[in-house]
Design a protein around this ligand. Structure first.
Ligand code: GLU
Length: 297
């Protein structure tokens, strides 16, 4: 049995959502880069349960134009339907809102908190290798700051010459400006934001005028999400999102990061592990109830 390979990490199901806010607005925000698997089912059911007395929304996080495909998006809705979920409309599709993200980035730029970065991945890696013992953050070694001190006129000339560039946040200045920031995780309680651990993050990629962090933070506010639910693998990302909320004048929702489904090696269960997709389970004769039980037991 395929599913016997995996076991459920302990999870506190939100049977008793915080009594002071039973009308949560939640969302499930998959990227259509493959078929949904059990980990997604868990995330979707977790969000839907919390949103049951309020609203449960779906957002398609498809900024990665190279990896996202329409057939995967169609499959998301089919699979959620099959699981027995219903959601409120409208559905937000991030690829349709690049102009919104661009203007949010402009607002950061106007505050002097953004700089263009011309580095290629290979250049960054070389730089990190050369700097013995580069500091690490949740996503790996921190950006070494190569482009941070490029003058405005040099940046202007390079952009005019057609060089491609990403936009990075001046993390030191941004955190200094933002001051002390807190947020609440319903699972583990009050948190003080420490986005510095990520260094100068990319807020607009070379290929698209946004990044996951910016689009997600912006959309959570735009969709009036009151409780962001997602896996614990994104717990640290919330520190960055809290900072962006402050800098962009957006409200701060509550958060609940749920436990992840783990593979037999104790690591996160993911597409890369060839985790069984919901459609493979369905084709193998599993019922929606059985799949729900697998991820919420
Ligand atoms: N699109 C992200 C993913 O599929 C989820 C982001 C989020 O829930 O904040 O992992």
């Amino acid at each position: 049995m395929i599913v016997g390979l995996w076991y459920e990490a302990p999870m506190t199901p939100p049977d008793d959502p915080a009594p002071h806010r039973r009308d949560h607005v939640t969302r499930f925000a998959p990227s259509p880069t493959g078929y949904l698997h059990l980990g997604h089912a868990k995330a979707a059911l977790f969000a839907a349960k919390y949103g049951a007395h309020g609203r449960f929304l779906v957002r398609i996080e498809d900024i990665d134009r190279g990896r996202c495909r329409p057939e995967f998006e169609a499959a998301i809705f089919e699979d959620l339907n099959w699981l027995g979920l219903t959601w409120s409309t409208p559905i937000r599709r991030q690829s349709e809102h690049f102009a919104d993200y661009k203007s949010a980035v402009e607002r950061l730029r106007d505050q002097g908190l953004v700089y263009p970065c011309f580095c290629t991945r290979a250049e960054i890696q070389r730089e990190i290798a050369a700097a013995d013992g580069a500091p690490h953050g949740p996503d790996g070694p921190l950006y070494p700051g190569t482009c941070r001190t490029i003058s405005a006129s040099e940046a202007h000339d390079r952009i005019a010459a057609g060089e491609s560039y990403a936009l990075r946040l001046r993390m030191d200045d941004a955190t200094r400006k933002a001051g002390v920031l807190t947020w609440t995780d319903l699972g583990v309680g009050p948190q003080t934001a420490t986005p510095q651990m990520f260094g100068d993050i990319v807020i607009a990629r070379k290929d698209v005028p946004t990044s996951y962090h910016l689009a997600c933070t912006y959309d959570d506010a735009l969709q009036s999400i009151t409780l962001v639910t997602r896996g614990k693998d994104l717990f640290e990302a919330t520190h960055v999102h809290r900072l962006l909320q402050k800098l962009l004048g957006l409200p701060t929702p509550d958060y609940h990061h749920h436990d992840l489904l783990l593979g037999p090696d104790g690591r996160k269960f993911s597409k890369r592990d060839q985790a069984p997709t919901l459609r493979a389970l369905r084709d193998a004769g599993r019922t929606p109830d059985e799949v729900r039980a697998m991820v919420t037991a």
